[in-house]
Design a protein around this ligand. Structure first.
Ligand code: HEC
Length: 148
């Protein structure tokens, strides 16, 4: 019989290894792949996020029918296939990516785009503070989702 302490230790090692071996971006929890999951925007302040979006605004439009800028229009981004808007020339990295944008994926992308999808052409270092990303995602939820 293995003493409980040893068991807990082993369990901790297994859990830690499993977490650290996952590459950045490989988040396969169900919520991470669900575009309707709002668990990140729920923790954000959209008004503050609007200010954070000033860091994106020069490159991204966010309203329906607006032209792409240096980056693609982000209207309808949640639930959209990565690298899939019409009339925007994506990098190979983004056009060949096959995933749907969810809050979790956008959160990871914005942490450090160059690490999330090497070879992409978004010239942006990232939004370092976790709370800033939550606020920003809350703002994107309010403006890029079709209102009915
Ligand atoms: C200097 C210009 C620039 C800035 C600043 C910038 N982006 Fe981008 N963004 C781009 C470009 C260019 C792409 C397309 C990248 C590619 O094709 O590899 C992109 C792609 C994206 C995508 C993927 C879109 C899709 O259709 O798959 C998201 C989401 C995104 N940006 C969000 C943001 C947010 C949010 C910010 C602000 C925190 C931001 N970007 C700041 C230029 C920029």
């Amino acid at each position: 019989m293995v003493p409980t302490n040893a068991k807990n230790f082993l369990l901790a090692v297994i859990v830690t290894t499993a977490c650290y071996s996952a590459p950045l971006g490989a988040d396969d929890t169900i919520a991470a792949d669900n575009p309707d999951d709002t668990s990140i925007s729920a923790l954000g302040d959209a008004d503050k996020g609007k200010r954070t979006f000033n860091r994106c605004r020069s490159c991204h439009a966010i309203s329906d029918n607006m032209k792409h800028r240096i980056g693609p229009n982000l209207y309808g981004i949640f639930g959209r296939e990565a690298g899939s808007t019409d009339k925007f020339r994506y990098s190979k990295a983004l056009s060949e990516a096959s995933f749907i944008w969810t809050e979790s994926k956008i959160n990871q992308w914005l942490t450090k785009p160059s690490a999330y999808l090497p070879g992409n052409k978004m010239q942006f270092a990232g939004v370092k503070k976790e709370q800033d990303r939550k606020n920003l995602i809350a703002y994107l939820r309010t403006v890029t989702v079709e209102q009915d």
